[in-house]
Design a binder for this molecule. Structure first.
Ligand code: HPA
Length: 264
């Protein structure tokens, strides 16, 4: 059985309804243990591998996620494409909670996370990250959204903070000035590790709240989860539709990301 597509579920997405569970696979990696077992499901005849980023019961905070093990596990399963979901705060007063964004750019403000599979002994690698998300996969998500009549934001800059705390008002003002649109805590180094693994990676970001200081309201984690739950059915439909549209063969350059990227 060939599994072609991986799904990383962010806060609030722990399964895909309508999918038939085939098996659960535990994978050990040279980088440690992934967030959970990979659940292999059959969705309308297409095999998916699903991984909840924060663990089944949401026990792993953003800065403690073993991003390398998670991506390595997908690679070991033979996955060629990953659709990642995640909750985000809106930095734009005109983008309200409930909006679904398919970001096209990233600003990485994390620190202390393991960001590469190539720590020296495997060689030194500088992958091209000009376009951090796979353009082909993004286009299929956008097409799926159009087909379903979902009012998607077709681009946007995702800024990744280290968390787990939320931001200060001054930080959000600064992020706004550097033209970030949404803020989350888990998009990096997930995206660059997927690129190093030559896996296509795109993200569906759900705006669950206005970021700090955008409105006078105090932020709560409860609000994030409640709004994520509200968007969940739509999100699952969008994922399903995207998967059904995807051609088997990849035409993008993600599959050759390591070509000419090695220094030694
Ligand atoms: N900031 C950072 N991460 C988030 C937020 C936020 O406002 N909402 C959901 N994830």
């Amino acid at each position: 059985m060939k599994i072609m597509i991986g799904i990383i579920g962010g806060s609030g997405l722990y399964n895909i309804e309508g999918a038939i569970i085939r098996e659960k696979i535990d994978i050990s990696t040279p980088y440690g243990t992934p967030s959970d077992s990979y659940t292999i499901v059959d969705l309308s005849g297409i095999n998916l591998a699903f991984l909840p980023r924060h663990g089944t019961n949401h026990t792993i905070p953003p800065h403690k996620i073993n991003y390398r093990a998670n991506i390595w596990g997908f690679k070991k399963l033979g996955i060629e494409r990953i659709i990642a979901t995640g909750a985000t705060g809106s930095i734009d007063a005109l983008m309200s909670p409930g909006t679904i964004v398919v970001p096209d750019q990233i600003i990485d403000m994390t620190n202390g996370r393991e960001t590469t599979f190539f720590d020296g002994k495997e060689g030194v690698v500088h992958i091209d990250f000009t376009e951090p998300y796979c353009p082909e996969l993004r286009n299929f998500i956008i097409e799926a959204g159009n087909t379903l009549g979902i009012n998607l934001r077709k681009s946007g800059t995702y800024l990744c903070t280290n968390g787990p705390r939320l931001e200060t008002k001054a930080e959000i003002e600064f992020y706004s000035q550097i033209r970030a649109d949404i803020v989350g805590m888990t998009g990096m180094p997930e995206a660059c590790l997927a690129r190093e693994a030559e896996i296509c990676y795109a993200s569906i970001a759900i705006v669950t709240n206005y970021a700090a200081g955008i409105t006078a309201k105090k932020l709560t984690a409860t609000e994030v989860i409640e709004n994520m739950d509200k968007t969940n059915a739509l999100l699952k439909n969008l994922i399903k539709k995207t998967i059904l549209l995807l051609p088997e063969i990849r035409k993008c350059s993600c599959k050759e990301a390591l070509t000419n990227a090695k220094v030694n």
